[in-house]
Design a protein around this ligand. Structure first.
Ligand code: HEC
Ligand SMILES: [Cu+2]
Length: 312
């Protein structure tokens, strides 16, 4: 719809709304720039040295005028603020039915893992007209996941998960970039988001050699890394059972309770001293530096799958 070649296409549900806020802001800024620069220019010429302008009886104060030019821009600024904030909150709200994808940023590539098993590098395949939620982690420094056509940009911060979601509205290929300077190869840290029809996407997920799911990969890591030695599914003596843990409230030794979400599971593996489960000793070793964030994604997905199986 925009013929300006530098203007990215609007290819997600939020793109038109983000653009509306943006254009109103640009419009207001342009309007005030014209008034202020115009007035400055006018007075500059009219009252220049040697002009015969009337300089008798200068106005020293005019309360009504001042109240007007303070009040009106104030209301405009607050209007834009509340409008933008409301949109921001709406955009933060992740739809319940979103497709979940794990995305790892590292110097200098994007590594993508789909729960169904597909893995890709510098490409992200998603279905059209369905909300997609990305769980983002970094293996090294801060990166930023930016898809201009979707109007989304989310920092990917080491040591924690961040999330972002979008719903693509047009099939096609869109630029994916890193928008946070992250070292020598930053400018090469780009990829493509491939938006497919829902049928093509389903076929794509199934296609290729039949790979194991992310949860199955997690189960292997669980056994290989020695987690199963303590967290055996049949005994809860040394370490808590992980079956059904996901989404539950966990009572901690400190007296607090926390919800066992993805971030909690990640911290339990990499920073086990951060939350100690009530009734257990803090004997779990940290896996920081032993397991990559990609492996932790798989473990988290495996622990989540244990929860689902136990549901009636
Ligand atoms: C040496 C035994 C041991 C090993 C090995 C071990 N854990 Fe643990 N784990 C524990 C104990 C004890 C706790 C409870 C105390 C605490 O919170 O640190 C625990 C807690 C947890 C929790 C939080 C459980 C809850 O109920 O909230 C998770 C998740 C977890 N471990 C996952 C893992 C994973 C994944 C691995 C392998 C990468 C692993 N553990 C390896 C002993 C172990
Ligand atoms: Cu980067």
């Amino acid at each position: 719809m925009w013929d300006f070649p530098f203007f990215p296409d609007q290819a997600s549900t939020v793109a038109p709304e983000v653009d509306a806020v943006y254009f109103v802001l640009i419009g207001l800024a342009g309007f005030f720039m014209l008034i202020i620069a115009g007035a400055a220019l006018f007075f500059l010429i009219r009252y220049r040295k040697g002009s015969d302008a009337d300089r008798s009886n200068p106005v020293t104060n005019n309360w009504k005028l001042e109240a007007f030019w303070i009040g009106v821009p104030f209301l405009m600024a607050m209007g834009v603020f509340f409008w933008g904030a409301q949109k921001y909150f709406e955009i933060q709200e992740i739809p319940d039915d979103a497709v979940e994808v794990f995305v790892l940023g590292k110097q200098w590539m994007w590594k993508v893992q789909h729960p169904q098993g597909k893995r890709e590098i510098d490409e992200l395949h998603v279905p059209v007209n369905r909300p997609v939620m990305l769980r983002l982690a970094s293996q090294d420094v801060i990166h930023s996941f930016f898809v201009p056509e979707f109007r989304i940009k989310q920092d990917v911060v080491p040591g924690r998960y961040t999330t972002v979601w979008f719903e693509a509205t047009k099939p096609g290929r869109y630029r994916l970039m890193c928008a946070e300077y992250c070292g020598t190869g930053h400018s090469r840290m780009r990829g493509e988001v491939v938006v497919m029809s829902q049928a093509d996407y389903a076929a794509w997920l199934e296609g290729g050699e039949t790979e194991e799911t992310l949860a199955q990969r997690g189960e292997k890591i669980f056994n290989r890394a020695g987690c199963s030695g303590c967290h055996a599914t049949d005994s809860a003596s040394r370490a808590p059972m992980l079956t059904g843990l996901y989404g539950q409230r966990v009572q901690l030794e400190s007296g607090e309770t926390v919800v066992a979400d993805e971030a909690y599971l990640r911290d339990s593996i990499l920073l086990p001293q951060k939350h100690i489960v009530a009734g257990y000793e803090a004997i779990m070793p940290s896996y920081q530096g032993q397991l990559s964030e990609a492996e932790v994604f798989a473990l988290v997905e495996y622990i989540k799958s244990l929860g689902r199986e136990s549901e009636p």
